[in-house]
Design a protein. Structure first.
Length: 214
């Protein structure tokens, strides 16, 4: 009696990877969805390739061009030219855009466009006011500590360090000028709102040196 051997089906060298296929289909669907949301058309796609390397980007604050422009702006040496007004659905003006003149270039030779938005200026002013309010609140709490008989702040350098730490924590170091005079008075000058806040620590620095308080 002879034995019949049935050949086994050949093993597939590359079995189907269903998770990968599902992920690929999901990626395609997401690209189509994003394209519809961002209004990416074939015409815009081709236009983008035609202007490769000419897309807009934001200049970092650490660049010297930023510092030079801000110094010119503070000195009143910047001229602005209107370019666009933005209105809402009711026809109300919500934003106005201007660009500086003359045009500038970066160190690499790229064109720099400095623009001003009235809406952004309003939002920046609101955020700046909130930061200043939080800073003054913490400074007021510091003054309570300075006037306490058990205060730890008995040296001018320590008081200066504490005030500087508050300004740095709230990002207001560039907006507030800190001064301490020979009479142990701390002047905090708000450069935007022209407010001056004075703190006293009542000769505690002198007391720490063994001198009599005034």
């Amino acid at each position: 009696m002879s034995e019949v051997i049935t050949p086994s089906p050949a093993a597939r060298a590359f079995p189907p990877n269903w998770p990968f296929r599902i992920g690929l289909v999901a990626l395609v669907l997401y690209v189509l969805y994003a394209s519809s949301i961002l209004d990416i058309t074939w015409a815009r796609f081709v236009e983008g390739f035609g202007h490769g390397g000419r897309f807009l980007t934001v200049l970092p604050r650490t660049r010297s061009e930023d510092r030079i422009f801000r110094e010119a702006l503070a000195g009143g040496q910047v001229r602005w030219r209107w370019v666009h007004d933005k209105y809402d659905e009711e026809g109300k003006l919500v934003d106005r855009y201007r660009v500086s003149e003359p045009a500038a270039t970066s160190a690499e030779g790229y064109r720099l466009e400095w623009y001003h938005s009235t809406r952004k200026a309003e939002l920046d002013a609101l955020a700046r006011t909130r930061q200043l309010e939080r800073t003054l609140k913490d400074l007021a709490e510091l003054q309570q500590k300075l006037t306490s008989p058990r205060t730890r702040y008995r040296r001018r350098a320590k008081v200066t360090e504490a005030v500087a730490a508050i300004l740095q924590a709230h990002g207001t170091t560039d907006w507030i000028e800190l001064q301490i005079d020979e009479h142990d008075r701390i002047y905090v000058v708000d450069s935007f709102n022209r407010r001056v806040q004075v703190f006293h620590y009542y000769g505690l620095a002198q007391a720490a040196d063994g001198r009599q308080q005034p």
